[in-house]
Design a protein around this ligand. Structure first.
Ligand code: 6GU
Length: 235
């Protein structure tokens, strides 16, 4: 997979050289480049923003530098605009993106990017406008980092242990069950007996119930409608 990131804060993307994406690069699964949007400005002040037509607070990112940047790096790519007005980022979106050969992240700042840039990008590649969640960040850089991390770990050949991808939170639509490791007793708190029983069927049933309970408590929106036939344990 090839990933290009366009931003006015390239230093913000420094973690892409570390840890997980760094490992994917070392394995030859990933090729990443970070670009400074100001490299595609032509004025002396490297201007990337201007006041909004129609008035209102804040500044809007100008179309010209974005047009030049996307012409240079985004032909044929899947172009992700990180914006709080986008579709919510989910594990399913991560799965979809992980199947694409070339992703370009366009990180918006200020009040957003001139909408014509998004329309133009759709003539060059496939556009996704994606939000990390219902809160406001100062810019799309942190969102791009999060999306890249979620996508890269799904690349075939990246995870040593494919089972941990199957069992983790969201893979089956539920939150993950609680996990424990040694020692079996710590500060007066014991690991649930069932996990020490060696009875794999009982352990699996306990984990299913814990996952369903957690999901009901924390994320009832993820549960199927009551009455649906699901095979989930009763709570
Ligand atoms: Cl993708 N960008 C910004 N600026 N704020 C956000 C976001 C993205 N997702 C949630 N909040």
């Amino acid at each position: 997979m090839r990933i290009d990131v366009v931003t006015i804060f390239p230093d913000y993307l420094a973690p892409l050289g570390l840890s997980l994406p760094g490992k994917a690069r070392d394995k030859g699964l990933l090729d990443v480049a970070v670009h400074d949007l100001r490299d595609w400005t032509t004025d002396r002040h490297h201007t990337v923003d201007d006041t909004p037509y129609g008035g209102g607070a804040g500044m809007v990112m100008k179309p010209e530098p974005w047009g030049q940047a996307l012409d240079a790096v985004a032909q044929g790519a899947t172009i992700v605009f990180t914006t709080p007005s986008g579709e919510p980022f989910t594990q399913q979106v991560a799965q979809e993106l992980s199947g694409h050969e070339h992703l370009v992240f366009a990180c918006g700042r200020y009040e957003g990017i001139d909408q014509r840039v998004v329309e133009h990008a759709a003539t060059q590649g496939t556009v996704r406008e994606i939000s990390l969640g219902d809160y406001v960040l100062n810019g799309g850089e942190v969102a791009a980092l999060a999306i890249i991390e979620a996508v890269v770990r799904l690349l075939p050949g990246f995870m040593g242990n494919a089972e941990s991808l199957v069992e983790e939170s969201h893979a089956d639509g539920l939150l993950e069950y609680p996990v424990y490791t040694k020692p079996s007793s710590w500060r007066g708190r014991d690991v649930p007996d069932v996990l020490l029983s060696g009875d794999h069927a009982r352990i699996a049933a306990w984990r299913r119930e814990q996952a369903a309970r957690r999901t009901a408590d924390r994320r009832p929106d993820l549960l199927p409608p009551t009455g649906a036939v699901t095979g989930l344990p009763d709570l």
